[in-house]
Design a protein around this ligand. Structure first.
Ligand SMILES: CC(C)(COP(=O)(O)OP(=O)(O)OC[C@H]1O[C@@H](n2cnc3c(N)ncnc32)[C@H](O)[C@@H]1OP(=O)(O)O)[C@@H](O)C(=O)NCCC(=O)NCCS
Length: 183
């Protein structure tokens, strides 16, 4: 797996000693899923899912750590997965587990690096993402990268005691103008 450098953040493989930190993020519902379904997973299952992800295009396990280049601090994770059994596209997802790192453009830069890498290395024409209609940080991040809102999936997501609508977003290869990682 490559290291992808942006201006402020670096995407790189997660280190074994960081898995506890990421798992602890996953155990905090309001941190990891303020607008999403929350599930717990034992640490050993989480660890195994990361090892297995390399050979599983549908895996929801993190694929890269997000590190702040100036400090070397781990602040989040990103992933991608084959989202549909027949349609040929990948969805991306993203989490800044350190709240102090939010709202500083790190999320958008990290997802931009990931999408650029996927268009370079995968035979897909479309990269998508879905988010709760109330998750403004998520859909504004996507719009800032040139993703287009393609529709609303009604009552697609159950969390916090009720069904929620979700937006579906996508960007196609010919529209992608995102910045490439620095050499
Ligand atoms: C979604 C998430 C990754 C965004 O990362 P981030 O680094 O904070 O986002 P950025 O700083 O790159 O900002 C992206 C856009 O969201 C906007 N934004 C950030 N925080 C916001 C907030 N609390 N409310 C409204 N908009 C917000 C920014 O202004 C920016 O939009 P703009 O360019 O139009 O001004 C982060 O909030 C997070 O990890 N949330 C929890 C997990 C999650 O919801 N993941 C997505 C699941 S679909």
């Amino acid at each position: 797996m490559k290291v992808l450098d942006g201006t402020s953040v670096r995407l790189r493989p997660l280190r074994a000693e960081e898995l506890g930190t990421v798992h602890a993020w996953y155990e905090d519902p309001e941190l990891v899923a303020p607008f999403d379904r929350f599930e717990t997973e034992p640490f050993d299952a989480f660890e195994r899912s990361i090892a297995a992800a390399e050979h599983d295009p549908a895996s929801l396990a993190p694929r890269y750590a997000i590190e702040v280049r100036s400090t070397g601090r781990l602040v989040g994770v990103v992933g991608h997965y084959r989202a549909h059994p027949i349609l040929e596209y990948l969805d991306v997802w993203y989490l800044l587990g350190e709240p102090s790192a939010r709202g500083r453009g790190f999320g958008r830069e990290a997802v931009g690096l990931l999408v650029g890498e996927l268009f370079r290395t995968e035979a897909v024409e479309r990269i998508g993402a879905v988010c709760d209609v109330e998750n403004a940080p998520s859909y504004r991040l996507l719009e800032g990268l040139g993703f287009r809102r393609e529709g609303t999936l009604r009552s697609a997501l159950f969390h916090h005691g009720r069904w929620h609508d979700a937006y579906t977003y996508g960007v196609i290869r010919s529209d992608w103008t995102g910045s490439a990682p620095r050499a």
